[in-house]
Design a protein around this ligand. Sequence first.
Ligand code: V47
Length: 370
Amino acid sequence: MNAIWWMPRWQDAGIGPIAEKVLASERLSETDGVALFNVADPSLVGGLANIVRERRHGDATWFNRNQHVNATNVCEASCIFCSFARLKTGDPGAYAMTIDEAVDRVRRHRGQLITEVHIVNGLNPDLPFSYYTDLLRAIKVERPDIHIKGFTAVEIAWFAQTFGRTVRGVIEELVAAGLDSLPGGGAEIFAPRARKKLCPDKVDGPGWLDVHRTAHQMGLRSNCTMLYGSIETMAERVDHMMALRALQDETGGFQTFIPLKYHNENNRLSRLMEATDADTLRTYAVSRLMLDNIGHIKAYWPMVGLSMAQLLLEYGVDDLDGTVREERIYHMAGASTPQELTRAELVALIRRAGRTPVERDTLYGVAAEA
Ligand code: V47
């Protein structure tokens, strides 16, 4: 469907001028972002986002072969949306793997062409900093070729504070031990009103952004995220995107943006209903339209589900994560998706949605023809 078909519908919905800007590749304003969230029919926003997606990527849909390692869930932060963390060592369900147990997670997949390990942990006050550098070194001994994307900005800021180092110093030591890039977790919502309620004892928005700024200045690439569908307003979502866009203007270091839908089981926000599918469609589409300087918009299928991930390929998404072995954070929050997909299943999922799968490495080099 081309823009001539869509234009009267965009005009009826009150977003004609925004559509004109998108067609002319002009930057949208914060007010435009909020207006897009107020459009009742998500397909109108999706139609616009799809124009941008296809302009950038055509039908190509990127995916990679990765696995997750969550070495400890002991976490001294008490984020009310989190189902994964346990406050103290010894609490029911709390765990901390030995280095060998964590490396064994990687060793298990030795024969498989996994290109990335994604490491995210709790803020565990009982482990020394050397635990993390030893973990990185041991993984690289086991699989020297693998890309390690690890430690959210929240973890890095906490290491700096807890172990008396600068953020730059922490990143330098982690890189020397084998770290290759940073994941996008821990961003949640930057707006102080919502952040204070959601995660009062975690690094604040400017602190999160500063870790990524430092990493980018040091030549590392990273990802960025937004937790949506809990207590935040639409204006706070757009404010979050504006902050990421401003940092990307400065550094160019973000690779992909991943909206993360709040899951409501086994945590202190369980009274909330989860985001509707219409809200999810709109959120991804608005992300594609507002983040005009970030290359990719990624759907994390363990969280949104497989059929929604396919539909999102029409709503601005060009990137699907991944084979994702052993995901814990969402499954402890009630996600009913499988814990992993094979490469063949991912390729089939993308093809069935009418798009062209392209296997990538972590830095978006083409890994193989799918
Ligand atoms: O920061 C925690 C979120 C994030 C819940 O960089 C929850 O490629 C929903 O950041 N409901 C960690 N969300 C995961 C993450 C991530 C995932 C996939 C790819 C990448 C990447 C990064 O998970 C946390 C938080 O925002 N989270 N609990 C919950 N109940």
